[in-house]
Design a protein around this ligand. Structure first.
Ligand SMILES: *[C@@H]1O[C@H](CO)[C@@H](O)[C@H](O)[C@H]1NC(C)=O
Ligand SMILES: *[C@@H]1O[C@H](CO)[C@@H](O)[C@H](O)[C@H]1NC(C)=O
Ligand SMILES: *[C@@H]1O[C@H](CO)[C@@H](O)[C@H](O)[C@H]1NC(C)=O
Ligand SMILES: *[C@@H]1O[C@H](CO)[C@@H](O)[C@H](O)[C@H]1NC(C)=O
Ligand SMILES: *[C@@H]1O[C@H](CO)[C@@H](O)[C@H](O)[C@H]1NC(C)=O
Ligand SMILES: *[C@@H]1O[C@H](CO)[C@@H](O)[C@H](O)[C@H]1NC(C)=O
Length: 383
């Protein structure tokens, strides 16, 4: 009896102190120059500022505001350039929520509960350069959601539940250079999704369920960075990236089994990540290339037995080569070492064999029997 009272009481003190703590973090601060303002733990109507301060503010950040809606006139900051409203709780944006934010350059609405928003919401924000919608609950991107964002350069939609796009959803943001769509539920990319994004340089699609990349990158002339890691891609169509300027391509953690030279843009690629796939054939010689700019190649943890001799020689710009955890033929492995020894990066855990048989004297592998190496490799791993 006494014991339970003590227990209850200590719990209630604990709860009390937690509540006390969270109240004590309710805090608003404005810098001396009246340009920056941060508020945490207050409702919108509790944010008290003089009219002259409101006029001077360039940046406001509002956290943990306990609001579910941003209504017309709820936020009045006439000259604001950067606005953050990250409350964990916002579900609705009134059509006129941002009506008087004509100078806004950056809008951060990350970590709220937005799933559907009115089509007109962003229309007044023609000067916006960055829109951050990370960590919301969007499932579907309807056609006109980004209408009016003519100057947008960066769009962050990471950590949502997106599984569907209107094929024209990005047509409104033709100036965009950087788009993050990682950590969503995307399993399909409509073929024309990116056709108007001629300035797109950076696209992150990692951690989705993409099986098939179709023809979606065909007109992405300026694409330099593409992250498709942690998807379920099995095949790459030939010449898929031919018109891009890809320098960094991450296809790690997929289900690729064969890499053909024509499927990847070796004329521009500088960093290629292919680790953690099931690649048994890296059919890349680079024979017709004068120069291969590839600097980093990661093919760790695949099913490779050899690399084309021509590739080993043509890839003369390599500075980092990750090749462990493959069932290399020992003779072929030595061929790579002979040319690239100082570039080979050792993994931290070097358990397991470096190579399996070395039957031939000249690394001349019969391609119809590559699985035998993999079987032997797995057997050695088990020992
Ligand atoms: C206001 O914020 C900007 C951007 O983060 C920063 O560069 C500037 O130093 C801040 N001004 C003051 C007075 O804290
Ligand atoms: C507003 O955000 C932009 C980036 O979008 C940044 O360059 C600028 O310094 C920020 N301005 C202020 C006042 O914080
Ligand atoms: C977008 O929001 C996320 C989460 O708050 C943050 O980590 C990220 O830095 C933001 N991106 C930009 C460009 O402000
Ligand atoms: C691609 O995305 C994954 C997962 O988000 C990340 O770990 C990796 O560093 C990214 N790759 C590159 C080359 O930036
Ligand atoms: C390669 O191996 C297959 C079966 O494993 C065999 O039928 C074929 O003759 C071999 N080819 C050469 C050139 O040795
Ligand atoms: C494949 O290679 C292994 C090891 O060299 C050999 O034992 C096996 O007979 C070969 N299989 C065929 C079908 O040639």
């Amino acid at each position: 009896m006494v014991l339970t009272t003590i227990l209850k009481c200590s719990i209630c003190i604990f709860i009390f102190s937690v509540q006390f703590k969270s109240y004590s973090t309710a805090l608003c601060r404005t810098t001396n120059d009246h340009k920056n303002h941060t508020c945490e733990g207050f409702r919108f109507r509790e944010i008290v500022l003089s009219r002259s301060t409101r006029l001077q503010l360039l940046r406001t950040r509002i956290f943990n505001c306990k609001e579910t809606d941003v209504k017309e006139g709820a936020l009045v900051f006439p000259n604001l350039e950067n606005l953050t409203v990250s409350c964990g709780s916002i579900q609705n944006l009134d059509e006129k929520a941002f009506l008087n934010f004509n100078n806004l350059q950056e809008l951060d609405l990350s970590y709220n509960q937005l799933s559907k928003i009115s089509n007109q919401v962003f229309r007044p924000l023609g000067n916006l350069r960055t829109l951050n919608l990370t960590g919301n609950s969007f499932e579907d991107l309807p056609q006109t959601i980004f209408d009016g964002l003519n100057g947008l350069k960066e769009l962050f939609l990471s950590h949502n539940k997106i599984n569907n796009f209107h094929v024209k959803v990005f047509d409104a943001i033709r100036a965009v250079e950087k788009v993050s769509l990682d950590n969503n539920l995307i399993n399909f990319l409509p073929g024309r999704l990116l056709t108007k994004l001629r300035k797109l340089q950076y696209l992150d699609l990692s951690n989705n369920y993409i099986e098939n990349v179709g023809e979606v990158f065909v007109l992405a002339y300026n694409l330099q960075y593409l992250n498709l890691s942690h998807n379920v891609i099995e095949d790459l169509p030939l010449r898929l990236f031919q018109t891009t300027r890809l320098e960094i391509l991450d296809l790690s953690n997929n289900k690729l089994s064969i890499i053909y030279e024509d499927a990847l843009p070796f004329k521009t690629l500088k960093k290629l990540y292919l680790q953690n796939n099931q690649i048994s054939l890296f059919d890349v010689g680079g024979m017709n290339m004068e120069y291969m700019p590839l600097r980093l190649l990661n093919i760790e943890n695949n099913r490779l037995v050899f690399l084309e001799n021509d590739f080993i020689k043509t890839a003369s710009s390599l500075t980092e080569l990750y090749i462990f955890k493959n069932p290399w033929d020992c003779t072929c492995f030595q061929e790579i070492e002979k040319i690239h020894d100082e570039l080979i990066v050792q993994p931290e855990d070097t358990d397991g064999p470096v190579c399996v048989y070395g039957l031939s004297n000249d690394c001349n592998i019969n391609k119809s029997n590559l699985t035998a190496y993999y079987r032997a490799f797995v057997k050695q791993l088990e020992l």
